[in-house]
Design a protein around this ligand. Structure first.
Ligand SMILES: Cc1ncc(COP(=O)(O)O)c(C=O)c1O
Ligand SMILES: C[C@@H](O)[C@H](N)C(=O)O
Length: 359
């Protein structure tokens, strides 16, 4: 009988705190479509200020934040966006930029550190006066931190270089900043500096910051005006959303300071994995709250069988591939939970090997 649950599937699994629930219950609200919700307006102004941008709009999810941002930048038919081949927008958002927005994705290989080679980005750009059979590039997207590259941080200097390239070619730059606060905490660089070169950013409050719901798009006033209208078109115009923004506001005030400790716990986890001979992990690449580890082929253990075995210990993790597992640390995971998860992994592997059921 499982008596303890350690949920390492994602930093999206956090539960709202009592402070968030109290804020939700007492939030000053109004109809955000008709006259504007006062709590939402205050929250949007605060996020815009922190991110160093003119304006902001609250959206229900990071997926919608990215979708709206790409579609506003690429509002002309035949537009193309350059993005990483392992980016969240390209892999995990149902191809929404194409299926809903008619925007063509042009992928450039993500490097292990989450960047894309600048020269490859430039080589992928297709200009309006180019060949009749080409789409026209209008946007470049980066992702900071980069989830599928292990939560790696993108530096302000690299972002500035991509921004300079975008401007050189008359393009815009969007950052999927779902975990931009993790990057800020890990690099010791303020978020506004990390996104200085970007025309738009989608920031998740519902990940490591622990809000129950929500993301925020930031950009120029004109951009956010278009984004707000497109949010309504997509069905994201919400009524008394001060209830959600109040919780997100608490998350922003209370939890940014906890991110560094999430990163510390992730490193403890990675170092502990190094002691398990059936696994291999590049602990040096753990920069924030994500740890990806591989199961040695010789062990004949699949990521699915390991995650299933871990469930019996109350430990939840997510297969990243047939032989790799992703673990995400968040502020509701204690250091004791980290050690319990490591012990559970060791025991789960022994049980699998003892039974002999592997692939
Ligand atoms: C890097 C990244 N961008 C965007 C998203 C989408 O956010 P949401 O799950 O709120 O749609 C996620 C995952 O949650 C993510 O990891
Ligand atoms: C799975 C993915 O969509 C989600 N963004 C996560 O990182 O958990």
């Amino acid at each position: 009988m499982v008596t303890r649950t350690v949920d390492l599937r994602s930093d999206t699994v956090t539960k709202p705190t009592e402070a968030m629930r109290a804020a939700m219950a007492s939030a000053d609200v109004d109809d955000d479509v008709l006259s504007g919700d006062p709590t939402a307006q205050r929250f949007e102004e605060e996020v815009a200020r922190i991110m160093g941008k003119e304006a902001a709009v609250f959206v229900p999810s990071g997926t919608m934040g990215n979708l709206i941002s790409v579609l506003v930048h690429c509002e002309v038919r035949g537009s193309e966006v350059i993005l990483g081949d392992d980016s969240h927008i390209h892999i995990y958002e149902n191809g929404g930029i194409s299926s809903i927005g008619g925007v063509h994705p042009r992928t450039v290989k993500n490097n292990p550190d989450g960047t894309m080679d600048i020269d490859r980005i430039e080589a992928a750009i297709r200009h309006p006066d180019g060949a009749l059979y080409y789409p026209t590039t209008r946007l470049i997207c980066l992702e900071n931190t980069h989830a599928n590259c292990g939560g790696r941080c993108i530096t302000a200097e690299y972002t500035d270089r991509v921004g300079k390239l975008a401007r050189k070619h008359g393009l815009k730059l969007h950052i999927d900043g779902a975990r931009i606060f993790n990057a800020s905490a890990a690099l010791g660089v303020p978020v506004h500096r990390l996104v200085q070169a970007a025309d738009s950013v989608s920031v998740c409050l519902s990940k490591g910051l622990g809000a129950p719901v929500g993301s925020v798009i930031v950009g120029t006033k004109d951009f956010i005006t278009k984004a707000r209208r497109l949010r309504k078109t997509l069905g994201g115009g919400m009524r008394q959303i001060g209830v959600l923004c109040a919780a997100a506001y608490v998350a922003l005030q209370d939890n940014v300071v906890k991110l560094e400790d999430d990163h510390r716990k992730a490193k403890i986890f990675a170092d502990g994995l190094k002691e398990i001979k059936q696994l291999n992990v590049d602990a040096s690449s753990v920069e924030t709250n994500m740890v990806f580890f591989n199961i040695n082929e010789s062990s004949m253990i699949s990521s699915i069988s390991l995650c299933e075995a871990l469930e019996k210990f109350g430990v939840l993790a997510m297969p990243a591939s047939s032989t790799s597992v992703r673990v995400v640390i968040h502020y509701q995971i204690s250091e004791s939970d980290v050690h319990y998860a490591l012990t559970s992994i060791k025991q789960a592997i022994q049980e699998i090997l003892a039974v002999g059921t592997t692939k």
